[in-house]
Design a protein around this ligand. Structure first.
Ligand SMILES: N[C@@H](CCC(=O)N[C@@H](CS)C(=O)NCC(=O)O)C(=O)O
Length: 220
């Protein structure tokens, strides 16, 4: 398998975690979004949407959209499971994952930021306020769903990591980058801290990648 990744990409972060948890090796291909490499022909042929990540299987099939890739990995490599065994549990985990992947994250991606900057001419402070607003909105919604819920355990659903944790850690890492105070979201913070003690999560972190700029790289 070939995995097309970018260090800072939260959607890539999700798939890196799942590959680690399931022990699946992939040849990494780094696509530099900051250099617009995702819009160049070479990557556009892989994913015409020009978004990271993409996973190219050994038979040449290209998978795109991180949640679709995660579900594919779950179906083809069920252990360890990243979804609960019961339908209600699966619905809850998927819903928590979608709160990040389909609601919070899309408002923060480079093409949206570029539009705010180039087309709407928003100043840096306004763009930062946009990012902060939507990051906090998602944090608050996650906390409201997780705190005091009977199914919340060491992780978002029970005591083993699931797709919900995989999506949530990326959102929290963005909040950390924005220096957002996490104390109003104690359950989210506790679960983030628990997840990041796992090597499968820590080694997938944006700041721990081979393509992370040297000045920002954290080594485990
Ligand atoms: N919903 C997509 C998001 C894909 C996406 O927007 N990826 C970002 C990086 S996290 C990207 O490649 N952005 C390029 C751009 O916005 O121009 C997924 O989960 O895979």
């Amino acid at each position: 398998m070939k995995f097309f990744s970018f260090w800072r990409s939260l959607a890539s972060f999700r798939v890196r975690i799942a590959l680690n948890l399931k022990g699946l090796p992939a040849e990494m291909v780094y696509v530099d979004i900051d250099a617009d490499a995702h819009r160049a022909d070479a990557y556009r042929e892989i994913n015409p949407q020009m978004a990271l990540p993409a996973l190219v299987l050994d038979d040449g099939t290209t998978l795109f959209q991180s949640l679709a890739i995660l579900e594919y990995l779950e179906e083809t490599h069920p252990n360890p499971p990243l979804l609960p065994s019961d339908p209600r549990g699966r619905a809850r985990v998927r819903a928590l994952a979608l709160m990040v992947a389909c609601e919070g994250h899309p408002l923060l991606v480079p093409r949206v930021r570029r539009y705010l900057d180039h087309e709407l001419n928003l100043r840096d402070a306004q763009q930062a306020a946009w990012r902060r607003h939507w990051t906090i909105e998602t944090l608050a919604a996650l906390e409201a769903h997780l705190a005091d819920h009977k199914d919340t355990g060491r992780f978002c659903h029970g005591d083993a990591p699931s797709l919900a944790d995989i999506c949530m850690v990326g959102h929290v890492s963005v909040a950390v980058t924005q220096q957002i105070n996490l104390s109003p979201y104690p359950t989210v913070k506790r679960i983030f801290d628990a997840a990041m003690t796992l090597p499968e999560f820590a080694s997938a972190h944006p700041l721990a990648q081979p393509d992370t700029p040297e000045a920002m790289r954290v080594r485990g």
